[in-house]
Structures are given as C-alpha cells and as structure tokens.
Design a protein around this ligand. Structure first.
Ligand SMILES: Nc1ncnc2c1ncn2[C@@H]1O[C@H](COP(=O)(O)OP(=O)(O)OP(=O)(O)O)[C@@H](O)[C@H]1O
Length: 362
C-alpha cells in the first residue's frame, strides 16, 4: 500500500513492477483489494499444488518424459487436478492426448467415477445424438430399448471427447447447452436429467481455423477452451525420444538383452516422428522382433533417415530443441509468469508469445 505520490519515484516503480504481485494506493478500494487477495490466494494455491504434483505424476510411471516441456505439462496437469473445469487438449496424432486425459481424470476429485472415452470422428452421423445423450424406447425406428448415452454414463466422472472437431454442428449446440445448464434430455424425452460430468476434449486439428471456416461453433470453442493443454510433438522432446524408446523396449517380452546401437539413437533423434509416441512404440515393437543382433540398428526400426542432414538442418534442429528446453525451464522456474520469463530470457513479451506458440507451450 503506497501513497499516490510514491508512484513518481523511479525506484519505487521499478520495485513494484518487478517484485510485487499487485499494489494499492491509499485510500484503498476495498472491493478491489478483496478481489485481488482472493486472486492472489488462488494463484498461490496453484503454485503449491504444482510442486506436489510433479511427484505424484512422476511417481506414476505412465506419462514418460523428463524433458522440460513434459515437466511443464505435468505441472500444468497437477494444477488442474482440483478443478472440474473443461479442458481442451491439443496435439498432433499419437502425442498422448488420451493418456493425458486419463491421467487428468485419475488425479481429479471424480477419480472414483467413470472415465468414458468417445471418438467423435468415429460416430455415425445419424446416431451421434443418441450415442451422446441417449434415447427413450420408441424414439425412432429401431429404438427398441431405452439407451443411456455417453454423457449419462459419465455421471460423476469424466467424458473424453476425442476429435471434437468432427462433432456435427447440431450436436455442438446440444453439447453447449449441457455445458451451460448441466442437464440433458434423452432423444424422445422432455425430462431434464441433471448430470455432474467433467468434459475433457481433444483435437489434432486447428479448432480456431475450424471456427473461422464456420465448421465449429465459436461459443462452444470458448466454453471448451477455458483451459488448454498443448502436448508437444515427439520431435521436440529431445532425449525423451531415447528414454521412451528404451522403456518401450524393456516392455517387450524377451528383450532384456537388447539395446539400441549408437546409429539407432542418432537416427531416432533425427527422425521427424509424424506419428509421434504411437509410431515410436510400434517401431520399437517391430524392431525387437526383427533384429538379429544384440543392438537394434536403424534398419530394424525401418527409419528411412534419407540423405544425411546438411549442417544447416542439423543446427536448426539442435537450436530448436535448445530453445524449447530453455523456454520450458524458464516457465517452470517462474511458475508460468510471462513477464518474469521474458525478463529472464531477455526477449520482448511479443517475441515470447510467438515462441511459446511455436513450441506449443502456451
Ligand atoms: N509420454 C508418454 N509416455 C508413455 N506412453 C505414451 C506417452 N505418450 C503417449 N504414449 C502412448 O502412445 C500411444 C498413443 O497415445 P494416445 O492414444 O494417448 O495419443 P493421442 O494423441 O490420443 O492419439 P490420437 O490423436 O491418434 O487419438 C498410447 O499407447 C500411449 O499410452
């Protein structure tokens, strides 16, 4: 709390800007003070749970990865474990979106409840509504029995809507209504059923582009995008590629004497992994069967490394991996405070936002 005249002092301004969460000039505005204190308390709690979570997510060997970017992801996940808000998970195919969704559920207050995964892209168009919301007997031809929909099945748990971008526009309206009112009506019924379901959605397509093109409702996008988790592609995780490869190899039967050759390690680090972790798992499984020696070679992994990368290409990859790691480390250390990260890395906020977006760290 300072008097207004102190704001003319350069040193005071410097200290406030760099070391304080917020400041008030006297006489205080109590409404603003109360609001700010509530917000500060909430932020402090997030930091605390963040610290605890690293252990709980790490001790659970399921989400493998020690790179800064995966560490950052686990920290974000821990922060989300105490809230029931919808989460939108984005990332390329095979990066682990469903695995992350399951872990979010297991760490949440509704962990005892069901986790119901639905692939929106795989639902037949004419059945989407009844699959999600259920139907009454006789609601349409062929509805010989009352059917509970996926939302109802997920009551007191989580519904994982994979490939949410494929949800037909009509069903987007119904889902939006559920998010707003927490109630559903089965097809063929006007009875409102109140449900307690956390929605976790995932997409590998750019939903913002889909909104611009009119294929996805903007209001639903905003509702789902309250909290976004971006999962980095495997090629941006540096040594995690080798860590995952060795873990997957250990999991293969009769592979306890096998290891990767140095050439295989280099090939794996240079490969682009369009299918991400799923592709790595498949290639390791195949290589563990196909290899003839003790050391798995690039040929066993069927990695077509193509012509050796030019010096420029190598440098580019090395620079990108280092840049991403530095960003993720700074974010971890400053608990995601953008102004501190920008200062620590000596870049403008605009540049920082561009880089965070480039490396899926926003
Ligand atoms: N960090 C990780 N540690 C261990 N296993 C992982 C990790 N990430 C992904 N996997 C494994 O990789 C496979 C693919 O993961 P998952 O199905 O969650 O990806 P996805 O992003 O949902 O894919 P898609 O977009 O195709 O639905 C799964 O077998 C999963 O267990």
């Amino acid at each position: 709390m300072i008097s207004k005249s102190h704001l003319n002092n350069d040193a005071v301004r410097y200290v406030l800007k760099n070391y304080f969460y917020d400041f008030h000039t006297s006489p205080p505005d109590f409404t603003r003070l109360q609001f700010m204190l509530g917000h500060a308390l909430g932020m402090a709690r997030l930091c605390d749970t963040g610290r605890a979570a690293v252990t709980s997510f790490d001790s659970n060997e399921m989400i493998l990865g020690q790179s800064q970017s995966m560490h950052f992801l686990k920290q974000q996940m821990q922060k989300l474990s105490r809230c029931q808000l919808p989460v939108l998970i984005t990332g390329e195919s095979g990066t682990g979106k469903e695995l992350v969704a399951r872990k979010l559920h297991e760490a949440s207050e509704c962990a005892e409840g069901p986790f119901i995964p639905v692939n929106c892209g795989a639902l037949p168009a004419q059945l989407v509504q009844s699959e999600l919301f259920g139907h009454e007997k006789g609601a349409f031809t062929g509805a010989t029995q009352r059917k509970i929909g996926k939302l109802e099945a997920a009551h007191n748990g989580s519904l994982f809507l994979d490939e949410i971008g494929d949800l037909p526009l009509e069903e987007q309206v119904n889902l939006l209504r559920f998010l707003q009112e927490k109630t559903i009506e089965r097809v063929g019924s006007h009875e409102s059923i109140h449900l307690n379901v956390r929605i976790i959605a995932a997409t590998h397509v750019d939903l913002e582009a889909a909104v611009k093109e009119g294929r996805f409702r903007e209001d639903l996008y905003f509702r789902l995008n309250v909290i976004r988790l971006k999962i980095p592609p495997l090629r941006q995780r540096g040594d995690d590629i080798l860590l995952l490869a060795r873990k997957f190899l250990q999991q293969q039967e009769g592979s306890n004497r096998l290891d990767f050759s140095e050439q295989a390690d280099v090939a794996m680090l240079q490969y682009r992994w369009p299918g991400n972790v799923r592709e790595l798992l498949n290639r390791v499984q195949r290589a563990s069967v196909m290899t003839t020696g003790r050391y798995i070679q690039p040929i066993d992994l069927e990695i077509d490394s193509g012509p050796p990368p030019t010096e420029g290409e190598c440098l580019k990859v090395i620079r990108e991996v280092a840049e991403r790691e530095a960003l993720a480390r700074a974010l971890n250390e400053s608990h995601g405070k953008i102004s501190s990260v920008a200062k620590q890395l000596n870049v403008s906020r605009a540049t920082l936002y561009r880089l965070l977006d480039k490396y899926s760290l926003l």
